[in-house]
Write a protein that binds this ligand. Structure first.
Ligand code: ADP
Ligand code: NI
Length: 221
């Protein structure tokens, strides 16, 4: 029996919510919720297939290596779910291609083949920057027991491999290592516009952070 797109989306929401309920590696249900909402917005702007974007966004972290014994086993779990929930073969293959390219091959650096893949990848990257992105960095660092900032910590580019591996990483350092690089990696026009705005917001945030760190007022700088 073929399920309607609405049925499939609702089933996917239930599946993902219950799977990620107790997840604490930064891939919780609300991350999925935000990425899905953003993916729908970008899909409408870019004229991409809404069903594929929404389904791939919902399932994009289910196969993550952090949640599975291996990437292969994770992808098999998604493939099985698509098969047993009435998703057509062509759509299922498209969704699987997006998920495997996003998370794995080359650490998410492989180019996306389809517009829908570009949309979902942009949505995931947008959740790592701006106000939410800032909150996620400090949450992640705190969970690892790392300091938010240490003026003595050099940027990753200037650290030796040993210094880096010794866990000398701070939340602020991660801005330079990853977050401030994301705006140049966006695939879609709409993604680029939103990323540029969130990027400026992060730069502004950092200015305030450093000013307040030195006992300055933090505004008008
Ligand atoms: P993705 O969602 O693309 O799989 P990650 O698993 O790398 O991303 O990261 C999840 C969240 O944790 C992101 O918001 C990211 O910025 C943050 N994060 C990852 N690594 C670090 C780190 N070393 N320090 C601080 N935050 C980090
Ligand atoms: Ni994600």
């Amino acid at each position: 029996m073929k399920n309607s797109p609405e049925d499939i989306i609702n089933q996917a929401k239930d599946f993902v919510r219950s799977t990620l309920e107790h997840e604490s590696t930064g891939h919780d249900w609300f991350h999925i919720y935000r990425v899905t909402e953003t993916a729908k917005t970008i899909a409408r702007e870019e004229g991409a297939d809404l069903f594929i974007c929404e389904l791939a966004a919902l399932l994009h972290d289910i196969a993550d290596a952090k949640l599975n014994p291996s990437e292969e086993i994770g992808l098999k779990k998604v493939a099985d779910w698509l098969n047993s929930n009435g998703v057509g073969m062509e759509d299922a293959e498209h969704v699987l291609e997006i998920i495997s390219t996003m998370s794995f091959k080359g650490g998410g650096k492989a180019p996306m083949r389809t517009l829908e893949g570009k949309v979902v990848q942009d949505a995931d990257r947008l959740d790592a920057i701006g106000a939410i992105g800032i909150a996620r960095v400090f949450t992640y660092s705190g969970a690892k027991g790392r300091p938010m900032h240490d003026p003595a910590v050099k940027l990753r580019d200037r650290m030796t491999e040993e210094e880096y591996r010794s866990g000398n990483d701070t939340a602020i350092n991660h801005f330079y290592e990853k977050l401030l690089k994301l705006k140049d990696l966006m695939n879609t026009n709409y993604g680029r516009v939103v990323a540029a705005e969130r990027h400026q917001f992060m730069l502004h945030y950092l200015e305030h952070f450093y000013a307040e760190w030195e006992g300055k007022a933090g505004y008008d700088s």
